[in-house]
Design a protein around this ligand. Structure first.
Ligand SMILES: [Zn+2]
Length: 304
């Protein structure tokens, strides 16, 4: 027991100073910016800074899209935005329920926080579990992180925030509810985690056919810049096309492997196709996807 208290003491001591994410707001247009998240998995070194966060400055306020993976990340986002504008961050939008996109919410307790009903319910239900998990993975950077559930439910296809209009698309495939925001004023598409740019897709809650359908819809939008959930921005349709190709590859690999009775190790031993060689985190995410999704394909194969 004594050692336990010593451990707690040192943990508190070690992690009492705030984490420095060294965030930089990257300008996309006169009033739009994003913070580029590292293309890595959660670690003590990156403090959980692994996804993109964006913001739009309107006449009287700031609209923030996603809040990162911790309270401290949210606090640093606030500080960096303040260096650009004195306008208050009145509005926050959570695109989906994954922890790297909403756990910074409690740094914005004075803001209206929007999400879909599904996302809100998932945050309420699983939020504490996500915090416990990230406490292990990123440790001190989680200091002060508490669940802050969205307080505004999105339903309409257009959002008017103090006269600034945004288009909303209610899609799915990466999760059961993936919100995409299109700013017609700047022609910037905030695609959230439906799009990863040259960063291998994460699939813990994926439905591959639905995801492909959603990407086909996004491709039809006449955007100038696409801000993905992970990876750098894209000014073409390349990121969407590459993600569609990867999802087809993943689906075909799983189907063919089930048909041929391969085991997981045989699938993972296959060489990486040339077109995906430049994707970051291919090995980690492909492995995670196979382990997560293959049992379903095997079961389906046995039934047929
Ligand atoms: Zn996600």
């Amino acid at each position: 027991m004594k050692y336990f208290y010593i451990f707690i003491f040192y943990s508190t001591f070690l992690y009492s100073t705030s984490f420095n994410f060294e965030l930089k707001a990257i300008k996309l247009s006169n009033n739009s910016y994003y913070f580029y998240g590292k293309e890595e998995y959660f670690s003590v070194k990156n403090g959980g800074d692994i996804s993109n966060t964006a913001f739009i400055i309107t006449k009287n306020s700031v609209i923030l899209i996603d809040t990162g993976s911790s309270y401290e990340y949210g606090e640093e986002v606030k500080k960096k935005i303040k260096q650009i504008t004195n306008k208050p961050i009145k509005y926050v939008i959570n695109t989906h329920h994954h922890p790297d996109h909403f756990l910074g919410n409690n740094a914005f307790s004075n803001s209206e926080i929007f999400s879909t009903e599904f996302t809100k319910n998932e945050i309420a239900k699983n939020g504490d579990l996500y915090i416990a998990n990230l406490n292990n993975l990123v440790q001190g950077a989680m200091n002060g992180t508490k669940i802050k559930v969205p307080n505004e439910i999105l339903k309409s296809n257009e959002l008017n925030l103090d006269g600034y209009k945004l288009k909303l698309f209610y899609l799915d495939g990466h999760t059961k509810s993936d919100l995409v925001i299109y700013d017609e004023n700047t022609k910037i598409l905030y695609a959230a985690d439906l799009v990863f740019n040259k960063r291998t897709l994460a699939t813990p809650h994926a439905n591959i056919p639905d995801w492909i359908k959603s990407l086909e819809k996004l491709k039809k939008i006449n955007y100038k810049i696409l801000v993905p959930g992970h990876g750098k921005i894209d000014r073409t349709k390349n990121a969407i096309n590459e993600d569609i190709a990867y999802l087809h590859y993943l689906d075909n690999t799983l189907k063919n492997s089930a048909r041929n009775g391969f085991d997981i190790f045989e699938i993972l031993a296959r060489p990486i196709p040339k077109e995906f060689e430049s994707f970051t985190m291919f090995k980690e995410e492909f492995e995670r996807s196979i382990i997560n999704l293959y049992p379903k394909y095997e079961k389906r194969r046995m039934k047929n």
